[in-house]
Design a binder for this molecule. Structure first.
Ligand code: 4NP
Length: 152
């Protein structure tokens, strides 16, 4: 069975999706799952940069090291490369789906949170990093269980 590949997507790939990447990678490894986790942004402004200092700090405070991750730009080949693509908000969903060319690609893409909710973009508000971390970590725990069943 080839390694399952999961991609987290947000706008800048420096605040939300790097948190989701680092948390899911660690939870999957802790659960003994041989998954490959990555993240990307629909915007290209931060390509090659580390995550936002505030995301690195909040992750570190809860025991996750995301300091070595680097931002990359989402591209249409990722719709074939990954088995599951989880996006942080509905703008990301629209932008990613706009690049999809077939139903195989479209069906891989879903919102990271259940119930049609967005992960709030914390970029312009320092106070949001802690609650955003909590939201992502809570969901990540359930998501790993769901993806274990879905992806096998
Ligand atoms: P992210 O947050 O999508 O969670 O990484 C943002 C980071 C940077 C920008 C916007 C959102 N920006 O406009 O540079």
């Amino acid at each position: 069975m080839p390694k399952k590949k999961i991609l987290m997507v947000c706008l800048g790939n420096i605040c939300r999706s790097p948190l989701a990447e680092g948390i899911v990678r660690q939870l999957a490894a802790d659960a003994g799952l041989n998954w490959e986790i990555a993240s990307a942004g629909t915007g290209n402004w931060h390509v090659g940069q580390p995550a936002d200092k505030r995301s690195i700090a909040v992750a570190k405070s809860y025991g996750y090291d995301i300091s070595k991750q680097r931002a990359q730009h989402f591209n249409s080949s990722m719709l074939d490369e990954f088995d599951q693509i989880l996006v942080m908000d509905k703008n990301n969903l629209r932008d990613v789906l706009s690049l999809a060319e077939n139903d195989d690609q479209r069906k891989k893409v879903s919102l990271f949170l259940s119930e049609n909710l967005d992960v709030t973009d914390p970029y312009f508000d320092d106070q949001l990093f802690d609650p955003v971390f909590q939201t992502i970590e809570d969901r990540a725990k359930k998501l790993v269980e769901e993806l274990k069943v879905k992806l096998g």
